[in-house]
Design a protein around this ligand. Structure first.
Ligand SMILES: Nc1ncnc2c1ncn2[C@@H]1O[C@H](COP(=O)(O)OP(=O)(O)OP(=O)(O)O)[C@@H](O)[C@H]1O
Ligand SMILES: O=C(O)C1=C[C@@H](O)[C@@H](O)[C@H](O)C1
Ligand SMILES: [Mg+2]
Length: 168
């Protein structure tokens, strides 16, 4: 079994919130690739998106994900990681990839201002469009899919830990 776990899913699905609690529970290190991007570039995510554009940001994100050299870690990715095959392939090589699946209505409820949050929307694209575009990508890359709908944080963490251990 690979000794890292990578969390993927929509913004607001809980990758960062769940990831840190999961890391504590399993005695692992917690790494948030959004924070690694910010540290490496010395800028905030929304500044990088403004400066490089949406696709330029995805490339930056891919480079960071492809460079992660980790053991015994829980990795929370950014919501747009699914667009970058190179970064995703590396994450699949080094970790079990877990998709935190949440219905559209719950994603919408959890997110506030999309621009302030730095969601990489293309011009004219709605959150619903984004959800529909990304869902098949998250499913394609996932080793495990966790239905997070209406579940408490601790129940999501427990389910990931249990299903991770049961893998062949
Ligand atoms: N059951 C739950 N599990 C996880 N998060 C929850 C839950 N209920 C509400 N939340 C809230 O949903 C939000 C999840 O945000 P979080 O930043 O963890 O998402 P993310 O997947 O890391 O997003 P991003 O892709 O933008 O980094 C938080 O505000 C958290 O408090
Ligand atoms: O869903 C997205 O498009 C993003 C989510 C964040 O985690 C960041 O990775 C970035 O702001 C883009
Ligand atoms: Mg996050």
């Amino acid at each position: 079994m690979k000794n890292n776990i990578t969390l993927i899913g929509m913004p607001g699905s809980g990758k960062s919130t769940v990831g840190v609690v999961l890391a504590k529970r399993l005695g692992r290190r917690f790494v948030d690739s959004d924070l690694v991007i910010q540290e490496r570039h010395g800028k905030l995510l929304h500044e990088l998106i403004t400066e490089h554009g949406v696709e330029g940001f995805w490339q930056i994100e891919s480079n960071v994900n492809a460079s992660l050299n980790l053991e015994n870690s829980i990795i929370a990715t950014g919501g747009s990681a699914c667009y970058e095959p190179e970064g995703m392939q590396h994450l699949r090589d080094i970790s079990t990839v877990v998709y935190l699946k949440l219905p559209y209505e719950e994603v919408e409820q959890r997110l506030g201002d999309l621009n302030a949050r730095g969601v990489t929307l293309q011009p004219g694209q709605t959150l619903r469009d984004l959800y529909e575009e990304r869902t098949p990508l998250y499913e394609k890359y996932a080793d495990l899919i966790i239905d997070c709908s209406r579940k408490m944080l601790r129940d999501v963490v427990a389910e990931i830990a249990e299903r991770y251990k049961k893998q062949p």
